[in-house]
Design a protein around this ligand. Structure first.
Ligand code: GRF
Length: 230
């Protein structure tokens, strides 16, 4: 996208300055492992709100991830880097990084990407990789968060969007949303209530980071301009 700025002298009417700025669209690469409902929420928000960034690619570690079908239907480039094809975690992450970087990402978004990532991979994307975790971190990192919440008997549960750092599910928090836990909740009913909130906060967090309103500085989330409240 080009923005053209020009100034004219009022008397002569002659063109004084013309500058062209190439305001390149930012690239968002989304990683999924399954249905990709968060990815779909981000794609839909980007379209509806006319973000000045594009979903450059959706990449999965599983060829059978159903979210890939949706991405293809939306005309988004997709790729599969199957972890089962690589002998080690390091080899897989290196191959994944090569594919991601072909799309020159400004932001990498983990949206239900079910892999533990190596430190080298995570550090390569410092400040430009986000994750969504279905609990109110620091409570319940890891898997089966809704079961953990029910077993702990908490009355409030929720979801967290955070920058990714080498420690699993511990990065600086960008946004959280909470939901009540009902006496008759099952893992499924609680997960469904949390998922509604996921689809609200993740697109907003992605937009605020990719547009530079929120940045990671010295392991802290810093607000540089008023975050979009969409
Ligand atoms: C979501 O609950 C997300 O928070 C977690 O995995 C789930 C993925 O769901 N990390 P989807 O693939 O986005 O529908």
């Amino acid at each position: 996208m080009y923005w053209i700025f020009s100034l004219q002298l009022p008397k002569s009417g002659r063109l004084l300055v013309q500058m062209r700025y190439n305001v390149a669209m930012k690239n968002i690469v989304i990683l999924i492992s399954g249905r990709g409902s968060n990815m779909q929420a981000i794609v839909a928000a980007a379209k509806q709100q006319q973000w000045s960034s594009r979903i450059a690619a959706v990449i999965s570690n599983r060829a059978d991830a159903s979210g890939l079908v949706y991405a293809e239907q939306q005309g988004i480039p997709t790729a599969v880097v199957a972890n089962k094809d690589y002998p080690t975690r390091e080899a897989f992450d290196a191959a994944l990084q090569l594919v991601i970087d072909q799309f020159t990402p400004d932001l990498v978004v983990l949206a239900g990407f079910m892999r533990i990532l190596t430190s080298d991979f995570v550090l390569h994307y410092t400040g430009r990789m986000l994750n969504i975790h279905p609990s109110l971190l620091p409570s319940f990192p890891g898997l089966s968060t809704h079961r953990q919440a029910l077993l702990a008997g908490v009355k409030v549960h929720g979801v967290t969007v955070h920058f990714v750092t080498p420690v699993l599910d511990h990065g600086p928090i960008i946004e959280q949303a909470q939901v009540p836990v009902m006496a008759d909740d099952t893992e499924e009913s609680l997960a469904a209530r949390v998922l509604v909130q996921e689809h609200l906060i993740y697109p907003r967090a992605v937009r605020n980071v990719v547009e530079g309103n929120l940045v990671l500085l010295n392991d802290q989330v810093v607000r540089l301009s008023t975050p979009t409240d969409c």
